[in-house]
Design a protein around this ligand. Structure first.
Ligand SMILES: Nc1nc2c(ncn2[C@@H]2O[C@H](COP(=O)(O)OP(=O)(O)OP(=O)(O)O)[C@@H](O)[C@H]2O)c(=O)[nH]1
Ligand SMILES: [Mg+2]
Length: 448
C-alpha cells in the first residue's frame, strides 16, 4: 500500500532505535519514548484525542504487562505499540458481511468528493467477481451529474444500475432500488450525496435513506487526505448513522495516514477497505496487522517476537537464566537451546532477540548452520550424563570416543565444545545485564 504511513513509520523507527540498544529501560526511558510516539502521531495528522487514548492504552499495558523474558524491554514497547495499532485499526481484517437473506444492502456515506460513487462501482466489480449479482442505486440527487456518473461506472463494472428519473426525494429512489434488488440482485449498493461541510439537512437526509432501506453494512467513506478534519466528520457521521465500517480512499496520494487512525479511534469501527487509485480494480481489503507492521517498518522483528512467544515459555527462559547464573548451564541445556533456535528459524535470528544484544557480532563464535544441528545432537547424545553436566572432564580420549560414537571427526567435537563455552559465557553476560532490573531477566531472591 502506497507511502501513506511512511513518515510515521520513520519517526517511530527512530524512537525504537533508541530503545533497542538498551538492556533494560527505566520509567524515564518509557516516558521519553511515549512523548516521541505522541509527536510522531500528531505529525502524521492523527487527531489529539485519538493520540491520547492510544498512548493511555500503551502506557497501561507497558506497566501492567507480564514481561516476556526472551524480549528486551525495547522490544516489549514495540510489541505493545504494535498491538495497540492493530486494535486501533480494527483488530482482525473485517470482510463485508453478506446477508444470509439476500439482498445484502450496503449504504455509502461520507463528505463530498470522498469517493463514494467510485467506491460503489469498485465494490460492485469486486462482488461481481465473486459471482454476486449487484445493483447500484443512485440516491444522490444533489448533483445533476451524479446519476449519470454512477450509471457510467456501473457499465464499466458490468453491474446493474437503478435510478428514478424525475424523482427528487432520495428515500423514494432508495426504496424503489431495494424493491428492484429483491427481484433480481444479491447485493444492492446505495450511493448517497455528499456535502462540503457537515450540515444538519444532509445528515437528516442520509439518516432517512438509512431508515428506508435498513442496510446491513453502513460504510463511512473517508478521503485519506482529510487530515485533522477526519475526526470531526467521522464523529458526526457515527452519531448520525450506525456505521459498520470505514473505507479509506485515495491512500495512493501523499496523505500521512492520520485520518485512518483518527477515524477508527473515534468511531470504534474497523477500516474494511482502502482505495488505492481511480480505477475500478484499485480497492484492497485492509489488514490491520499488516498495516501496523508496515507502520512500524519492522516485520522481521515482529515475527521474531511472535515466534519467541510461541517457542520459549517464560519459565523455561527464567530457569535457564538461573542455571547460567549458578554456572549450572550444561550441554543438555545447550542442546535444548539449539533445538529452540531451530524451532525459531535459525541462530542468526536468535541473535537479534537476545536481551541486550543489539545485533552485534558476538554470536559469531557460536554460529551454527541448521544442517549442523543434527550433528551437534548426535555428539551430545554420545556423551555420558556426567560429561554433559561437566564438559571440563572431556579429555582427548573421551573426545575420540565421542567422535567415533557419533560418526564425526574429533575436530567436530572440539568445535562443539568451543561453541558451548562461548554460549555459556554469552549467557552469563546476558544474565548480568538483565540482573537487578524490573525488566529483562529476573532472578529469584538471593541471586540479584
Ligand atoms: N487517486 C484516487 N482517486 C480516487 C479514489 N477514489 C476516488 N477517487 C477520485 O476522487 C474523485 C471523487 O470521487 P467520487 O467517487 O465522485 O466521490 P463522491 O464521494 O461520490 O463525491 P460526491 O458525490 O460529490 O460527494 C474522483 O475524481 C475519483 O476518481 C482513490 O482511491 N484514489
Ligand atoms: Mg458521488
Amino acid at each position: 500500500m502506497a507511502g501513506m504511513f511512511d513518515s510515521l513509520g520513520r519517526r517511530l523507527d527512530d524512537v525504537f532505535k533508541q530503545l533497542r540498544g538498551k538492556g533494560r529501560l527505566s520509567e524515564k526511558d518509557v516516558e521519553a519514548a511515549i512523548r516521541q510516539i505522541r509527536l510522531a502521531l500528531l505529525e502524521a495528522d492523527v487527531a489529539l484525542p485519538a493520540v491520547k487514548s492510544f498512548l493511555a492504552a500503551v502506557r497501561e499495558k507497558a506497566v501492567g504487562e507480564e514481561i516476556l523474558k526472551s524480549l528486551t524491554p525495547g522490544q516489549q514497547v514495540i510489541k505493545i505499540v504494535h498491538e495497540e495499532l492493530i486494535q486501533m485499526l480494527g483488530g482482525e481484517m473485517t470482510p463485508l458481511r453478506l446477508a444470509s437473506n439476500p439482498p445484502t444492502v450496503i449504504l455509502l456515506a461520507g463528505l463530498q468528493g470522498s469517493g463514494k460513487t467510485t467506491l460503489a462501482a469498485k465494490l460492485g466489480a469486486h462482488l461481481k467477481k465473486k459471482g454476486k449479482r449487484v445493483l447500484l442505486v443512485a440516491a444522490d440527487l444533489q448533483r445533476p451529474a451524479a446519476i449519470r456518473q454512477l450509471e457510467l461506472l456501473s457499465e464499466q463494472a458490468g453491474v446493474m444500475f437503478h435510478s428514478v428519473p424525475g424523482e427528487t426525494v432520495p428515500t423514494a429512489v432508495a426504496r424503489s432500488g431495494l424493491e428492484e434488488a429483491k427481484r433480481n440482485a444479491d447485493v444492492v449498493i446505495v450511493d448517497t450525496a455528499g456535502r462540503l461541510g457537515i450540515d444538519e439537512e444532509m445528515m437528516q437526509q442520509v439518516s432517512d435513506v438509512h431508515d428506508a432501506v435498513q442496510p446491513h453494512e453502513v460504510l463511512f467513506v473517508l478521503d485519506a487526505m482529510t487530515g485533522q478534519d477526519a475526526l470531526s466528520s467521522a464523529k458526526a457521521f457515527s452519531e448520525t448513522l450506525p456505521l459498520t465500517g470505514i473505507v479509506i480512499t485515495k491512500i495512493d496520494g501523499d496523505a500521512r495516514g492520520g485520518a485512518a487512525l483518527s477515524a477508527t479511534a473515534v468511531t470504534g469501527k474497523p477500516v474494511m477497505f482502502a482505495g488505492t487509485g481511480e480505477k475500478l480494480q484499485d480497492l484492497e481489503p485492509f489488514y490491520p496487522d499488516r498495516i501496523a507492521s508496515r507502520i512500524l517498518g519492522m516485520g522481521d522483528v515482529l515475527s521474531l517476537i511472535e515466534r519467541a512467544e510461541g517457542t520459549i515459555s517464560q519459565e523455561e527462559a527464567e530457569d535457564q537464566a538461573r542455571k547460567v547464573f549458578e554456572a549450572r548451564f550444561t550441554l543438555e541445556d545447550f542442546l535444548g537451546q539449539i533445538q529452540n533456535v531451530r524451532k525459531m528459524g535459525g541462530i542468526g535470528d536468535l541473535l537479534k532477540m537476545l536481551p541486550g544484544m543489539p545485533g552485534g557480532g558476538r554470536l559469531d563464535d557460536v554460529d551454527v548452520e541448521d544442517d549442523d544441528i543434527d550433528k551437534i545432537e548426535a555428539i551430545i547424545r554420545s556423551m555420558t550424563p556426567q560429561e554433559r553436566n561437566d564438559p571440563k572432564i572431556i579429555n582427548g580420549s573421551r573426545r575420540k570416543r565421542i567422535a567415533v560414537g557419533s560418526g564425526v571427526m574429533v575436530r567436530d567435537v572440539n568445535d562443539l565444545l568451543k561453541q558451548f563455552d562461548a554460549a555459556r559465557k554469552m549467557m552469563k553476560q546476558m544474565t548480568k545485564m538483565g540482573k537487578g532490573g524490573k525488566k529483562g531477566f529476573q532472578l529469584p531472591p538471593g541471586f540479584g
